[in-house]
Structure formats: C-alpha cells, structure tokens
Design a protein around this ligand. Structure first.
Ligand code: NDP
Length: 278
C-alpha cells in the first residue's frame, strides 16, 4: 500500500503560517476575483478561495458579471483593479463563457497582480527561467513533491495533459529541476507506453479513471490533478483503488492537489503583497 498525500493537512500548515504573518500587518492584502456567468464548478472554486482568504486575513472581493455583460465593461473593471493600490491580486475565474476572449481578459491584468500566473508575460518569464508568478496548480504539484522529499533530478517525469494551467508550466518547472520530461495529450498514441516508464506521473486531463494500475510501474509516484464531477461527486483521472496498490506515493482526489492549489494561490497573493511593500 502506498503513502497517501494529505493535501488538506499540508495546506492548513501553509495557511496557518500566513495567518500568523498577517496578524502583525496593519493593512491586509486583498484579492479580487472576476467571475462571468453561472457555472457550478466555478462557484465551488470561488467559494473555496474566498473561505481560505478570509480564514487567513486576506480581503476577498468577488465581482460577478452576468453572461451578457460586454467584454469592454469587464476589461474596464480589470483596469480599475490594476490601478487600485489596495488590490494585490486579480483573478479571472476560468473558464469564461465562449463568447469572451479569454486571452484578452487575462492579459488585461497587470503582471504584478497576476496571482494565477497566466498573462503572456508571466508565462514567458517562466519559460525563460526568470522569477515570476507561477500557476497555482503547477506550484501545488511541486510543493507536494518537495514536501515529500521526492528526488526529481534525472527522474522520468510524465505529464498527461498539456493545458496552460497545469501541464505546460509543470513541464518548465520540472526541466528546471533536471527531470526528464515527457508530455502526453489527447493525440498521444499508446499512452500506457509512456506512463509505464514514469517514475513520477502527473495526470491533468479531467478524464475519469484514465490512469489504471496496468498503466504504471510498481513504486511510481502519482499526482492526480484532473477533476470530474459525476452526480455531484468529485473524482480524478486516476483509478485510485487499483493504482494506490502499486504506487509508493499518491494523491487522493479530492483531498490532494485541490487544497494545495488554494494554498499556493494564497502564497502568490502574499508574494504580490510583499513586493508591493518593498
Ligand atoms: P485543459 O482542458 O487545458 O487540458 C486538458 C488536457 O488533457 C489537454 O492537453 C488534452 O489534450 C488532454 N487530454 C484530454 N483527453 C485526453 C486523453 N484521453 N488522453 C490524454 N490526454 C488527454 O485543462 P487544464 O490543464 O486547465 O486542467 C486539467 C484538469 O485539471 C481538469 O480536469 C481541471 O479541472 C483540473 N484542474 C484541477 C485543479 C485542482 O486544483 N486540482 C486546478 C486546475 C485544473 P489536447 O491538448 O490534445 O486537447
């Protein structure tokens, strides 16, 4: 049986440290979330972020727009928040409805407040190995591996999913740490040929039970990022019951990467807050 990562416990430790630090601040940090339209998964993510922020002492502003709101109105709100000295971080909650230009909205955020690390400039800085704000879920995966003392240098690191929130930034972070990186996606032929070679496997697709025990080698480390909701119940990409029998370390889903992603968001807000104070 493998070691199971307790993402909730790990995240609470980080959140407690931030809470202690903020006790001594006269002016508290603040983060603003722009949400467009109704999406029950987004509602849940936003409320998780709000709860974590309020628990540690970060002001949370929720700007909810109806799906018909003009893009210009939303861009103008982002610009207003860019210029607001009391706002340290800005998030455009994804996905936005398909009639909006997601890239334009994200790139309206000033880089120094881009706590999701998604503007073209911040993503480019990551590729060039420069200090930047890093997408929270990719950071969460690194933090889980580091806190569990997983050696990365020279290891076969396989990522399933090449999305901009997880797969792509993680590829850069792992290359920086000297892992040998393979990235798979929906057009990859014979996926299991690659997953079987993984010392560390991250799956970030949103396909329920995509990764089964036959697809991994004994002793593998498995990080399950993908999220699926079926009949209101959350599950991940990994068939946990079978894969956990072969893995040396595995994240449950829920209770693994999710809470750590929220903790990394708080870390990014704190980075922006400290940078502003300098
Ligand atoms: P994207 O939709 O951007 O990327 C999904 C990726 O999965 C794509 O690269 C796609 O390939 C690949 N894919 C789809 N089907 C298959 C398949 N059958 N075999 C191999 N690869 C496949 O999603 P994100 O990167 O934004 O998010 C990925 C998942 O992680 C989602 O389920 C999301 O909900 C979850 N997530 C979880 C978070 C957490 O806190 N736990 C936070 C953020 C995201 P292609 O590029 O070819 O289309």
């Amino acid at each position: 049986m493998s070691n199971i990562v307790n993402g909730k416990e790990m995240s609470e430790k980080i959140l407690n440290e931030v809470k202690q630090e903020l006790k001594f601040e006269m002016i508290k940090p603040s983060v603003a979330v722009i949400q467009i339209g109704n999406n029950s998964a987004s509602d849940k993510y936003v409320s998780n972020k709000m709860k974590a922020c309020e628990d540690v002492g970060i002001y949370f502003r929720h700007h909810q727009f109806e799906a018909g709101t003009s893009e210009l109105t939303i861009v103008n709100k982002i610009k207003e928040l860019n210029n607001d000295d009391y706002v340290n971080g800005i998030i455009v909650q994804l996905p936005v409805p398909s009639n909006y230009n997601e890239k334009r909205l994200i790139n309206s955020i000033i880089n120094s407040k881009d706590v999701d690390g998604l503007t073209d400039i911040n993503a480019g800085r990551l590729i060039h190995g420069k200090k930047t704000l890093i997408p929270c879920t990719a950071m969460a995966v690194m933090e889980i591996l580091d806190q569990n003392n997983v050696e990365l240098s020279g290891k076969n690191f396989v990522i399933v999913g090449r999305g901009k929130l997880v797969g792509r930034p993680l590829m850069e972070l792992m290359l920086e740490r000297d892992a040998t990186v393979t990235i798979c996606h929906s057009k990859t032929e014979n996926l299991s040929e690659y997953t079987k070679k993984a010392d560390i496997l991250v799956s970030a697709t949103g396909i329920n039970n995509l990764i089964t025990a036959e697809m991994v080698k004994k002793g593998v480390i498995v990080i399950d990022v993908g999220i699926n909701f079926e009949e209101g119940k959350q599950s991940g990409d990994v068939d946990f019951d079978s894969v956990s029998k072969k893995a040396s370390l595995i994240t449950p889903n829920p209770g693994g990467v999710g809470p750590m992603t929220v903790a990394m968001l708080i870390k990014n807000v704190m980075t922006c807050f400290r940078n502003k104070k300098k």
